[in-house]
Design a protein around this ligand. Structure first.
Ligand code: NAD
Length: 427
């Protein structure tokens, strides 16, 4: 019996599954070629500046010791201190964290923030851990990576599986060794020096990009049906603010399942349900759908806002939306991207769409350094202005060069990083 030969997209997909960082590098090489970048600059960006792999031992509530694995990857710091979230997730392995750190380098550059790119992660399932276990895990992780952190060195923030409470523990653990340093993390609770508006910033940015894109298409939000995968920080705030703009949310999902209502989901009622039930699943104002069903749901804009690599060469052909608005990091693989482009589906890239979070993290960091608090109105106004102007830059660049928005976003980001590398004399 002969084994069937995998098709080209299946082979590509298999390779992409092996290495998320290789898949991010596909975009970098593509952009470097367009920009005719110096080969030594590209060599420098191929790998990370520094990767810390740490043992994270935790005494669990049952008194048994469990040893988790944690990472902090600093990809490139030519434009400023390293910046990037910390992810607590069973699949947050070194290569995934490395890929996300690379994306941060280009995201910060695209948004013209004075930061390099980093990411952290601990391979664990926070949903199966108590608050006391998470507290101990966060402190052990911070203790083991603390030597590479600092207000002008590397500033973590929340990501999947972590939140403002996690940042409070990180700040406290860092402070115990190095002295009170609120600016060492962003996304902290407001009571500890966090910024107003940071919790909603990524979703606000996603909703702003959707509104700008709709205006560019000449359509009105009330005529646009949106499906959102993930109802955590990014997904839920995207829904709330998109509804304020007039969009109709027709489907949402989380790790436990999805729900849909073609007439629009009542997001305020859904929030009340999630507070009690802990999941969107089971909400009575909609019908159940699967997570795969959500991606294929009949809608105008699809917002992946959970895991990476959910749109691939295998399922790009089944997507009905006309635009994919990337709330999550790296939700579309390179072959998925080609599959969408072949079908005329526009992918608005993660480095632009979800950059509201790191932008308000930057505002928080500056507030901490100045010991001065901005009002929520100021935070939202400055965020809005940066999201709109970067969206316009990306679309103008794409039009000028005849490229797609993802290519234009990478070109702008990579160009800025390469310039800083050369000016600082890294090569
Ligand atoms: P979160 O932990 O708050 O929420 C994640 C959501 O995804 C939850 O609703 C969870 O149930 C859901 N989920 C997990 N696995 C799923 C699956 N298999 N199918 C469907 N849903 C699933 O995380 P978050 O902070 O909202 O981050 C979501 C994405 O956005 C990540 O890719 C993250 O890197 C990216 N991001 C987050 C921020 C931020 O400020 N938090 C900023 C930029 C990008």
């Amino acid at each position: 019996m002969t084994t069937p030969t995998p098709t080209a997209p299946a082979q590509e997909e298999a390779l992409e599954k092996v290495s998320p960082s290789a898949s991010v590098l596909t975009n970098v090489y593509d952009s470097a070629e367009r920009l005719k970048l110096d080969a030594e600059v590209v060599d420098l960006l191929r790998s990370s500046w520094r990767e810390v792999r740490a043992q994270v031992p935790v005494r669990m509530d049952d008194r048994k010791l469990r040893i988790f694995e944690g990472y902090r990857v600093q990809h490139n710091g030519a434009r400023g201190p390293y910046k990037g979230g910390v992810r607590f997730h069973p699949q947050a392995d070194l290569d995934e964290v490395r890929a996300l750190a690379m994306l941060m380098t280009y995201k910060c550059a695209l948004m013209d923030l004075p930061f390099g790119g980093a990411k952290g992660g601990v391979m664990c399932d926070p949903n199966r851990m108590s608050q006391t276990e998470l507290n101990r895990l966060t402190r052990a992780y911070t203790q083991h990576i603390g030597m590479v952190l600092g207000v002008s060195r590397d500033i973590p923030a929340p990501d999947m599986g972590t939140n403002a409470q996690t940042m409070a523990w990180m700040m406290d653990a860092y402070g115990q060794r190095y002295g009170y340093t609120p600016g060492v993390v962003t996304g902290k609770p407001v009571e500890l020096g966090g910024s107003y508006g940071r919790d909603q910033a990524t979703g606000r940015g996603v909703a702003t990009i959707m509104r700008e894109y709709a205006a560019r298409e000449g359509s009105h939000p009330k005529d646009i049906r949106v499906a959102v995968q993930g109802y955590g920080n990014v997904g839920s705030w995207t829904c709330r603010i998109a509804v304020e703009h007039g969009f109709k949310i027709v489907a949402v999902s989380d790790v436990k399942g999805g729900i849909a209502n073609p007439d629009g989901i009542d997001i305020a009622a859904l929030d009340r349900w999630v507070t009690v039930a802990g999941s969107v699943a089971g909400f009575s104002g909609a019908t159940p759908i699967t997570n795969e069903g959500l991606l294929e749901y009949d809608c105008d804009y699809l917002v992946p806002a959970a895991l990476g690599e959910v749109i691939t060469g295998q399922n790009a052909g089944t997507i009905k939306a006309r635009a994919v608005v990337e709330g999550a990091n790296h939700p579309v693989t390179p072959s998925g991207d080609r599959g969408l482009a072949e079908r005329g589906i526009v992918a608005l890239p993660d480095t632009l769409v979800n950059a509201g979070g790191v932008t308000v993290s930057y505002f928080e960091w500056t507030q901490n350094i100045q010991q001065f608090r901005w009002s929520l109105e100021r935070v939202n106004e400055e965020l809005e202005a940066r999201m709109v102007s970067t969206f316009e830059q990306v679309m103008a660049r794409a039009e000028k060069d005849g490229t797609r928005p993802r290519q234009a976003a990478f070109d702008i980001g990579l160009e800025r990083v390469a310039k800083a590398i050369q000016l600082r004399g890294f090569v």
